[in-house]
Write a protein that binds this ligand. Structure first.
Ligand SMILES: Cc1cc2nc3c(=O)[nH]c(=O)nc-3n(C[C@H](O)[C@H](O)[C@H](O)COP(=O)(O)OP(=O)(O)OC[C@H]3O[C@@H](n4cnc5c(N)ncnc54)[C@H](O)[C@@H]3O)c2cc1C
Length: 436
């Protein structure tokens, strides 16, 4: 407990320090003449917004030093919330300045300074587009891939103009070293995007994979079997995921995350997708021999060694559990496992036969939960709720770690149910497939 709080406090302190860097730089040389509290606060808002925006690149960069500890979905959620906060800081900056000192309106006057006025108009539009396209992507009919491209370009534009604006105004950044330092730090942040989008795909070009089989599964799901070409493959832990690009080049907008469903330690990787969109619907037509590029592994949805497993999975959310259970079966793992597996109907229970087989090999209690059960169904029905879970909860709850993965409504219900049953949240691991 102490350690968890300490770790959280440490990361928050680091985060705030990094977000404050533009303000620290601004206050590190001879201070300009004090104007009024409102004006100086308005300027601080701008610097703060810029500091937070720069840090945004750290969270989406899939850096292995950060992502494994916190989970990609948590990081992206944090990225999303901090994006809104940065927007508010940046919006407050001109609003406060204009209310306190209407003369600042001249900054938007093209007759006075055309590049400055143009930059401020562009950055304002870019900020609004950035936020609106992220909050309402589906309403705008933007595919994930196009949104990701637009998001990257707009973010780089906002950062670039923001830094140029603070250097140009030069009220606080009046020394050359301050200007160079700020530009250098933000160039580093911008490089993180370039690294993720260009350098990393280029590196993965040296480690291609090949699709060796495409296997149909229940419920419109397809499994791709992939083998490394002339390299050792991936060292992943059960429950982790990879980003896959299919086709001759890793430089593609179509890069998607999938949980590895295969046995840990084997060089063949199995990914199973439910055909639900433009990318996953193509899996059934993929030909063996197709090239693929994998980036990863990522994720902290991995079994705790000394604990038994209590899993609540729904639909295609079963994939990380398959990796855990297949590995347990292969290693004749003696630990107890409970799998509550929710699905709309019996015919659509992906991996149904294989799960029965695994349950015969290891200490697995398999509980299928069906929304629309067939006639004479004797098992569980309906939705996941505390009552249902409590019927299968082991007596020794403290000896278990809890894993939840499934569609959003099931995931939310299961997380609340587990909490209501008094399970310590530090032993609950949750993986969300819908990250944006
Ligand atoms: C950690 C993780 C593990 C996953 N594991 C599996 C799995 O094992 N099996 C499975 O079927 N699905 C899995 N998914 C979900 C899978 O990545 C999306 O369903 C898939 O990318 C949808 O692509 P599409 O073009 O077919 O569908 P679309 O209709 O284009 O997208 C459907 C939704 O999927 C998400 N999505 C789409 N493209 C991407 C992308 N490039 N990156 C991130 N999210 C995207 C968006 O939320 C989007 O709204 C996982 C997701 C995450 C985050």
């Amino acid at each position: 407990m102490k350690y968890t709080w300490f770790r959280a406090a440490k990361w928050l302190a680091i985060y705030f320090f990094l977000a404050l860097i533009p303000i620290i730089i601004a206050l590190s040389a001879t201070l300009p003449l004090y104007r009024s509290f409102a004006i100086e606060a308005g300027v601080a808002m701008g610097f703060m917004g810029l500091g937070i925006l720069g840090l945004q690149f750290l969270f989406t960069g899939r850096f292995k030093q950060i992502a494994p500890s916190y989970g990609m979905d948590n990081l992206l959620q944090y990225h999303r919330e901090m994006g809104i906060i940065a927007f508010l800081f940046i919006l407050t900056h001109p609003v406060i300045l204009l209310i306190t000192e209407p003369d600042f309106l001249s900054y938007f006057n093209p007759a006075e300074n055309l590049p400055r006025a143009a930059a401020l108009v562009v950055v304002s539009i870019a900020m609004i587009m950035l936020l609106a396209s992220s909050l309402w992507r589906l309403k705008f009919g933007l595919s994930y891939e196009k949104w990701r491209l637009v998001h990257g370009i707009l973010s780089l534009a906002v950062i670039f103009i923001g830094v140029v604006h603070s250097i140009q105004v030069a009220h606080y950044l009046n020394s050359l070293w301050q200007q160079i330092l700020l530009a250098f730090i933000f160039a580093f942040y911008a490089y993180l995007v370039i690294h993720t989008r260009l350098v990393r795909p280029w590196l993965s070009k040296r480690k291609p994979w090949e699709v060796t089989a495409v296997i149909p599964e229940r419920d419109e799901c397809w499994t791709l079997e992939l083998k490394p070409i002339n390299h050792k493959g991936l060292q992943f832990a059960c429950g982790q995921f990879v980003w896959i690009t299919l086709g001759p080049t890793p430089f593609s907008l179509q890069q998607h995350p999938f949980s590895v469903a295969s046995v840990c330690g084997e060089s063949t990787i199995k990914l199973t997708a439910k055909a639900s969109g433009d990318f996953t619907s193509t899996w059934k037509d993929i030909q063996p021999g197709t090239r693929a590029y994998l980036e990863g592994p990522f994720g902290s949805f991995t079994p705790v060694k000394e604990k038994h497993l209590f899993m609540v999975m729904g639909g295609i959310g079963i994939t990380p559990a398959m990796s855990m259970l297949r590995t347990m079966a292969k290693e004749a793992d003696q630990r107890e496992a409970v799998l509550i597996y929710a699905n709309p109907d019996w015919e659509g229970v992906t991996f149904r036969e294989e799960l029965d087989e695994i349950a015969r090999k290891i200490n697995l209690k398999l509980v299928n939960v069906l929304e629309n059960p067939p006639e004479n169904w004797k098992g569980e029905t309906g939705m996941i709720n505390p009552d249902l879970l409590s019927r299968h909860l082991p007596a020794n709850t403290g000896d278990f770690a809890y894993y939840i993965c499934g569609p959003k409504p099931m995931q939310d219900a299961a997380e609340l149910a587990i909490r209501d049953l008094g399970i310590d949240w530090r032993r609950v691991y949750s993986e969300r497939f819908e990250i944006i």
